[in-house]
Design a protein around this ligand. Structure first.
Ligand code: ANZ
Ligand code: ZN
Length: 829
């Protein structure tokens, strides 16, 4: 009686066995090579979507593969559990965020279990629990004491819908990364992490992250945005002292600086006009520009406008008196908030000069071609060239001139070489409830005081009013009321919470010792497991999470908590799941629910399809037909096993050298070739899709075979058993339930995860065929194909069996056969 493939039954059975055997539990073992495989942990939204399933299926294949290869594999899972949706649910439907989050976690955990992922659940991390965030608070305090966490008033991104500030990294095209509401700019007191202190190191180490996709590194480099240039002081001749300092990347053009542009927020902007007849006008202009959207102000196509302050400064190189303007396109946050304007070589300055009738002076000529005239210039020449009208620097090429000018600046104490980064400090305070409270107290006598580390955690109060406008914590008197850690007097508690990206910046280290009570993590365990060998997640985190995590690792290192510089050695960014041409998402209405898939086809089919349909980095186009195909493939293997089991159980799987006889020899070679291809595809290229198709080819080959009577042809039977069992081993990381079920039915007692990954024999792979010319009595009569390693006898018999040759032999027995290796066979009759 043949059994029918019932995936749900098989899967439940094996999930229970794995759990009961504690198969996925790992411990630190210095005697074993370790491998830390990590997928980005999910926000507990309540439902696993196909993007998760894909991400985690990829990770599970790699984790199971490494374990079978003999590594001690850490493969943990947890919950990025703070954040807005839980709070929004509380506001709209009255569920407490803690309950909402807890329920969602339970549901998603069940879904993950049903997929058969090999997580060590004993290391589960939930970032919304005080056991977790108390250590984050401890870290905050340590950072505060080192000046790496600080508070300042600044213009910040404000999302009116989420009623909270956002980091620069969380504003995408002027909109909130989460709710897509247009973001406003507001001046508010906020907490920052000094990521800029690590700008240079974060940039420099990009070159060492050889296991990261170039695309991600480029995005990080651009985000950090290093510019090398100079700072130059332009003295104010009408004042007793003082100067305007500019940052420029084109110090070679300084002789062509014919005016100065200040940001409206620049302290001198108003100051210079004050008490003059220009005061009213300048003030009105500044007021107006400050209302404008900043992104618009600097957009290339936006109207450049400005106003003359009435004051002048001196170009320290040309000695020329130049007018000082306030201009809308200069931002206070970048460089010094002042720009030396060179209209001949910068298009913005050119447009501005044309509009306000300011002088244009060419000081860099193209290396070849037409000579530019200041008077007839119709666009800025922004490239490097050769200097003219630049005094002692005439004739120098731009790059040489920049170096010389830097030296000159320092010698004459007029400025210096300087670098500038686009990266801003990370604004981490949020005016929301569902986050880790910032452990700070405000005392009228002692000022800003960190909570004593011994008094942590500062726990979120449970009973808050979510219907309040603004932060519910600020309205919770008991929470707000605090004692000053310094003078013990009454004080006021900080009511802002931390950005959820803070939790995800160190959770991977927490997994090393998830229940550790004495600190962020057990130093020995974190030392054993970190860094992560393979991290897997979406490209959308290329700058946000991945940059913050790198920053945190460096901070932890400098605070003495860890000894490594970078958290993730290799990064794999998986593509999106697409259906009907669009990203699978609720709003597009094209969602395929993993639960439905598991109910219809089982977890193995769902996993296999997502792995087979595309290479991990590429987008995956959902196809119902493809799912059917994967299901049929698994059914095929099932049937094969059912049909063959009885015969195969009578022999041992063949483990010897390549058999000489056919068809055993070919099948044997096919098996070893498949092992080689699958191993290389997984390990070297992570092309899991082609790994699956290699296994499919092997199964096709098996389908052409038929076990003979084991008593008559035991070798052939043994090779078939080897072939079927190898199929199971190779496929087990992809479809672990089905393969374990068949494996067990073949008489094995150990689950496949504990079976060593097969190796292949080099001598089994020399299958290259060669072509030999066949002559009869010295005349070419045909060609034959034989294995390169074929013996003399084999070659002779193939030649004599060839149809054409047979015709010329006409039944006569050969007298002599001459074989010229690699070339020909001559049959003499
Ligand atoms: C003079 C000059 C001449 C410039 C020239 C360019 C071309 P990156 O590469 O992005 O670092 N700049 C400096 N601070 C600014 C601010 N706060 N707001 C707007 N623009 C600012 O750009 C550096 C260049 O951006 C600087 O070099 C400065 O203009 C401008 F032919 O200085 B340049
Ligand atoms: Zn005090």
């Amino acid at each position: 009686m043949h059994r029918k493939y019932n995936p749900q039954e098989v899967e439940e059975k094996w999930q229970a066995i794995w759990e009961q055997k504690n198969l996925f539990r790992v411990f630190e073992n210095p005697a074993m090579p370790k491998y830390y495989l990590l997928e980005m942990f999910p926000y507990p939204s309540g439902n696993l979507h196909m993007g998760h399933v894909r991400n985690y299926s990829i990770g599970d294949v790699l984790a199971r593969y490494r374990r079978m290869r003999g590594w001690n594999v850490l493969h943990p899972m947890g919950w990025d559990a703070f954040g807005m949706p839980a709070e929004n649910a509380a506001i709209s439907s009255g569920v407490h965020p803690a309950h909402y989050t807890e329920q969602n976690i339970q549901r998603m955990k069940r879904q993950l279990r049903r997929m058969g992922f090999s997580y060590d659940w004993a290391r589960e991390v939930n970032t919304s629990r005080p056991e977790y965030y108390r250590w984050e608070q401890a870290l905050f305090i340590q950072m505060f004491k080192k000046g790496l966490a600080y508070k300042k008033e600044s213009e910040v991104n404000w999302c009116p819908r989420c009623q909270t500030v956002l980091a620069n990294e969380q504003v995408e095209g002027g909109r909130c990364w989460r709710c897509e509401e247009e973001v406003e700019l507001r001046d508010l007191e906020q907490w920052f992490f000094r990521i800029t202190a690590y700008a240079e190191e974060l940039l420099e180490y990009c070159d060492r992250l050889s296991g990261w996709p170039e695309r991600v590194l480029t995005m990080q480099r651009n985000w950090i945005g290093k510019s090398a240039g100079a700072r130059i002081r332009f003295p104010l001749p009408d004042r007793e002292h003082g100067a305007i300092e500019v940052f420029t990347t084109r110090q070679d053009t300084v002789y062509g600086a014919t005016f100065m542009s200040l940001a409206p927020e620049h302290p001198l902007a108003m100051d210079l006009a004050r008490g003059t007849d220009r005061e009213q006008e300048v003030s009105a202009f500044i007021q107006r520009v400050r209302q404008q959207d900043k992104r618009k102000r600097i957009a290339a196509d936006d109207e450049k406008e400005g106003i003359f302050t009435g004051a002048h400064c001196l170009n320290p190189f040309s000695g020329r008196r130049i007018p000082i303007f306030v201009a809308n396109f200069v931002l206070m946050e970048y460089g010094t908030g002042a720009v030396m304007a060179v209209p001949a070589h910068d298009q913005r300055d050119f447009d501005f000069a044309k509009r306000y009738g300011l002088p244009i002076q060419v000081v860099v000529q193209p290396k070849s071609g037409e000579i530019l005239q200041s008077r007839s210039l119709h666009a800025a020449f922004a490239e490097d060239g050769v200097l003219v009208g630049s005094g002692p620097f005439d004739g120098l090429e731009s790059d040489v001139a920049r170096d010389r000018m830097n030296r000159f600046l320092e010698e004459k104490d007029m400025g210096k070489a300087a670098v500038q980064y686009r990266l801003r400090d990370w604004c981490i305070s949020r005016q929301r409830y569902w986050g880790a409270p910032i452990p700070i107290v405000y005392c009228d006598r002692c000022g800003i005081q960190p909570v004593d580390e011994g008094d942590l955690p500062v726990t979120l109060p449970f009973d808050v009013d979510f219907q309040m406008k603004g932060s519910p914590l600020a309205a919770h008197n008991e929470f707000v009321h605090a004692r000053c850690p310094n003078c013990r007097g009454t004080a006021r508690r900080e009511t802002d919470t931390m950005d959820t990206f803070v939790e995800s910046s160190w959770y991977f280290e927490r997994y090393a010792s998830a229940d550790y009570q004495q600190g962020l993590f057990d130093p020995e365990k974190v030392h054993y497991w970190m860094p992560v060998e393979q991290y897997i997640g979406g490209i959308e985190h290329a700058v946000l999470h991945l940059l913050y995590s790198r920053f945190f690792t460096k901070v932890l290192r400098d605070l003495g908590h860890v000894k490594f510089d970078e958290p993730f050695s290799n990064l794999l960014t998986q593509g999106m799941v697409i259906k009907d041409g669009a990203k699978m998402s609720k709003s597009k209405g094209n969602v395929v629910d993993p639960d439905d898939m598991v109910e219809r086809y089982g977890a193995d089919t769902t996993r296999l399809f997502t792995l087979f349909a595309a290479p991990p980095e590429r987008d995956l186009d959902w196809s119902d037909l493809g799912v059917e195909g994967s299901f049929r493939f698994l059914q095929r293997i099932w049937r094969l096993a059912e049909d063959w089991r009885e015969s195969l159980l009578q022999v041992e799987a063949y483990e010897g050298p390549p058999p000489a006889e056919e068809p055993a020899g070919s099948l044997y070679r096919k098996v070893h070739e498949t092992v080689r291809r699958v191993t290389r595809d997984i390990e070297e290229r992570q092309h899991l899709n082609t790994a699956v198709s290699s296994v499919m080819e092997l199964v096709n080959a098996l389908y052409l075979a038929q076990p003979p009577d084991p008593r008559q042809r035991p070798l052939e039977c043994a090779v078939l058993r080897k072939a079927l069992e190898t199929t199971l081993v190779l496929l087990s990381p992809f479809a672990p339930h089905l393969t374990d079920e068949i494996w067990e039915s073949m008489g094995h007692r150990i689950p496949l995860l504990q079976v060593p990954w097969p190796s292949y024999r080099e001598d089994a792979l020399q299958r290259e065929q060669i072509v030999l010319v066949v002559q009869v009595n010295g005349k070419v009569r045909g060609k034959i194909e034989v294995p390169a390693a074929a013996s003399e006898e084999e070659i002779q018999s193939v030649a004599l069996e060839d149809e054409k040759v047979k015709r010329f032999l006409a039944g006569k027995a050969p007298r002599r056969i001459v074989h010229v290796p690699q070339r020909l066979v001559n049959i003499v009759v």
